[in-house]
Structures are given as C-alpha cells and as structure tokens.
Design a protein around this ligand. Structure first.
Ligand code: HAX
Length: 435
C-alpha cells in the first residue's frame, strides 16, 4: 500500500471518533441562525458545511490545512531546480494534512504517472462534439465519459460496508486526478493547435507533463504547478466545491460529482470570471485604438460596464473582504517575472482604479480583486491567449480540493445533503406581515 493511502487510513481512523462524538453528544449545539435575507440571498454566511481541507477567513484569506499560501509554498518540497512544489506533494498534503517527505511526494508522482493515460473512447467523444463546443463543456463531458470506470460503483454493486466507502472513492480519485491535465491538454490542442498532439513524457510530474503536452516551454511547468495549487480549494461553500460535495452525498461517484462541480465552475460569476476578465480587458484595449490607457479612461470603461447593468469581472467576493491572497500571490509572480509586460501594467492600473469605482457605486460588499482578476495575464504572457480555455485550468486545480473533500466525506460517513425549503408565504409569516 502506498504511503499516502496508509497515512490517510490512519488519519481517517483518528478523525472518525471526533465526528461521531460531535453528532452524538453535541448534535443540538447551535453554531448560527438563519435569517430571511440568507434564505433568499444564496445562504451567504450560513454555517452548514464541514471541511478540514481549507478555511477561508474574510480578512486573512485561504488557509490550506491550516497554512497560508506563502507558508504552503515554503513548507512543501520544491521540485528539483524549480521554485514551486509539485502538485503531487500538495495533493498528499491536502489529503492528509501532513507535509510529505520528498520520498512520499515522489511516490505520488509515480502513482499519478501510472494512472494518467486518457482512454481512447474519451478522445472519440471529444472529437464527436461540434467544433464550437466550449472547452469547459468538453472537459466536463470527458470526465463524465469515464464514469463507466468507477471502482466505487463496482464495489457498491458487489455490496460494501459503509465504513469502507472511502477506499474505492480514493481509487476513483487517484484514477481521475492525473488524467485531468492530459484531458485538458488534448482539448486545448484539438481546438487551438491544429489538432496536433504531444505524447506525455514519462519523466515528468503532473505540472511538467501538462506544460509539455500543452506545448508551452519552461518555466510554464512551474507556472502550472503554482496555478493548480492556488486554485485548488476555497473551503466548501463555493459553487464548484459545494456542487461536487452535494452530488457525492447521494453516493454518486467521483466522476459524476466532479463533472457536476466543473459545470458550476463554468458560470461567469464563478470560475469563468477569469475568461471574462481577459475578454473585458481586450475589448477595452481595442476601444483605445492604440492609445495608451490612463486611469481616467479605465474609470470610464468601468463605469460604462456598471451603468449597463453588468458586473466588473474579477472583483468582489461572497466571503472575502480584502484583496484575495491568491490575487496577491499571482501579482507577486508578475512583479518578479513580467514587471514591464504591458498587459500586466493595464491589469495593475485596473487594480488601482476599480476598488474606488466599486466603492463609489456602493453595491459590492467587497470592492477588491479576486483570484480571477490576475490569472489570465500570466497565461497570456506564456502564450496561452485562448481565454476560453482559462476556466479549464481552474478546473484542474479545483479538482485537487474537491476530490480530497469527497474522499473525506465518504470516510466520515457524511449523509445525503438535504436542506429544508420554505415558501414565500411562510417567510411573510415569520416576518409578521401576513394576515
Ligand atoms: N461588479 C458589479 N457589481 C458587483 C460586483 C462587481 N464585481 N460584485 C458584487 N456586485 C453587486 C452584486 O451583483 C450585487 O448586486 P445586486 O444587489 O444588484 O444583486 C451587490 O453588489 C451585492 O453583492 P455582494 O454581496 O457584494 O456579492 P455576492 O456575494 O452576491 O456575489 C460575486 C459575489 C463574486 C458573485 C460578485 O462579487 C461578482 O459578481 N463579481 C464579479 C464576477 C467575479 O469576479 N466572479 C469570481 C468570484 C471569485 C470566484 O468564485 N472565482 O471562481
């Protein structure tokens, strides 16, 4: 058995009594109340999900298993000769909460390599889709197509003890995760690179092989590692994480669950915002007709967007109340690696202007940028200019977090999710305005 699975088993066995005790002895303890505003308003701030994989503080930002982004990058073993850790070492960390040794991380690298080949039937399905199909649709379809391989379904149909559910879920997760970058690279090259494909390189880790199969030279491999880790998890309430968890709660397997989560990520208020940021910025640049952007014209363009009833993509957040540390981390990368790049300068100018515009507009509770405001510039700089593809990159990263979560959901025996709804008339009764 691999060291990851062994460690995970130990952690699960240690954790189970904590969850069981909380339900049995303290199940009636209140952790919050729900208002009418929250019931109508997308359950904002309602505490009704449990995860130990990450926690999002409105003012501090995300912590993965208790570590901030800089701490995570500093503490995980970096890939030899590179600035960032391998995605595989991060996956070990997310799953177990332990920083892996170089040997343990390498075991995951090798395990992922064994499982990453994309079945031919997935390729056939992708190729059968109309050529204008969005890359996110293809990505979701590719994941769903592989559902027939689910180990969980096979074991469930054979008859399995509830306490053993996590093991076949883990197997599905380990089969699915390494295939995602390969699937993504296939979609990318089929759509945008004359359908010419690059075979995977058996010497490379997930990030390295992704860059290689995309056909983008180093240091894009390190960019991919950074990007996937940064986008992995943002606690459980965001649409992609919540959807994946919700679908898995019906004992749907990892393929069904992740495909559903990816569909949620494809919404413009969620992951697709990274595509929207680039398309907004490029339209804005085009409108300048070659003139240098100034803060005044940026401000006008932002107001035009707001006045036409649209959102400023890449700004605002349902939980955060400051600049997203994932934005800051990518900004630092840009300041170090592409400080004079014209597009980065425009994005920096927007950062200077947009929070003030949004404050003056007076609606958004958080006028600061989120992860999506900065990520496209880096991709563009390294030659990935097809912005329709950006959310697929997000999807690979997000899979790390949500697949870890659903493994733990099965380990801790979380039940089928089923909140209660009320009618508008009932709310009027609660409010005391109904006769
Ligand atoms: N531009 C214009 N208006 C905005 C805004 C923005 N960037 N952010 C919020 N608002 C508006 C809302 O639309 C809402 O308006 P109404 O009262 O008319 O409905 C009002 O301000 C209050 O919203 P909020 O409470 O501050 O924000 P929500 O929790 O409702 O929504 C969103 C959070 C991220 C969806 C929102 O800020 C938004 O639409 N941002 C732009 C899209 C975006 O960048 N999405 C990516 C978010 C990060 C993420 O999930 N990445 O995957």
């Amino acid at each position: 058995m691999s060291s990851l699975k062994e460690t995970l088993r130990k952690k699960i066995e240690e954790h189970r009594p904590r969850t069981a005790r909380l339900i049995k002895e303290f199940g009636d303890v209140k952790i919050g109340e729900v208002t009418i505003g929250q019931a109508i308003g997308g359950a904002r701030g309602v505490k009704c999900l449990v995860t130990d994989v990450s926690y999002l503080d409105p003012y501090e930002g995300i912590r993965f298993r208790g570590r901030t982004i800089p701490e995570t990058f500093a503490d995980l073993p970096a890939v030899k000769g590179q600035a960032y850790p391998s995605v595989e070492s991060f996956f070990y960390y997310l799953m177990t909460g332990d920083i892996p040794t170089a040997k343990q991380a390498n075991e995951v690298v090798e395990e992922f390599k064994k499982r990453r080949a994309l079945p031919q039937y997935v390729i056939d399905i992708l190729r059968a889709a109309p050529t204008d199909t969005h890359p996110m649709t293809l990505f979701s379809q590719g994941i769903l197509a592989m559902q027939r391989e689910s180990v969980f379904v096979k074991r469930y149909n054979e008859g399995m003890n509830k306490f053993d559910y996590w093991e076949p879920m883990y197997e599905d997760v380990l089969n699915l995760m390494p295939k995602l970058p390969v699937l993504a690279a296939y979609i990318y090259r089929m759509k945008y690179k004359a359908d010419i494909h690059i075979p995977s390189d058996p010497d490379l880790d997930l990030g390295g092989n992704f860059a290689h199969q995309m056909g983008i030279a180093p240091p894009y491999d390190d960019v991919a590692r950074m990007y996937f880790i940064l986008h992995s998890d943002h606690e459980s309430g965001n649409v992609s994480a919540h959807t994946t968890h919700l679908v898995a709660s019906a004992l749907s397997d990892a393929y069904y669950s992740l495909s559903a989560g990816i569909n949620g990520l494809a919404g413009p208020l969620h992951g697709l915002a990274n595509q929207e940021v680039l398309s907004w910025t490029m339209k804005f640049m085009d409108s300048l007709g070659g003139q240098e952007p100034t803060e005044e014209v940026i401000s006008k363009a932002l107001w035009d967007t707001l006045n036409s009833g649209q959102v400023i993509p890449g700004y605002g957040h349902a939980v955060l109340r400051k600049t997203d540390p994932r934005y800051e981390s990518q900004r630092e990368f840009c300041l170090k690696n592409l400080p004079d790049y014209p597009l980065f300068k425009v994005i920096s100018m927007i950062y200077k202007v947009a929070p003030g515009v949004l404050q003056e507009h007076g609606k958004a509770k958080n006028p600061w940028p989120n992860v999506d405001a900065q990520s496209g510039v880096i991709q563009w700089y390294y030659g990935l200019t097809e912005w329709d593809f950006y959310t697929v990159l997000f999807g690979i990263g997000r899979a790390l977090g949500v697949l870890t979560n659903i493994t733990w959901d099965r380990a801790l025996g979380y039940p089928i999710e089923r909140p209660k709804s009320v009618t508008t008339a009932m709310l009027e009764e609660f409010a005391g305005i109904k006769k």
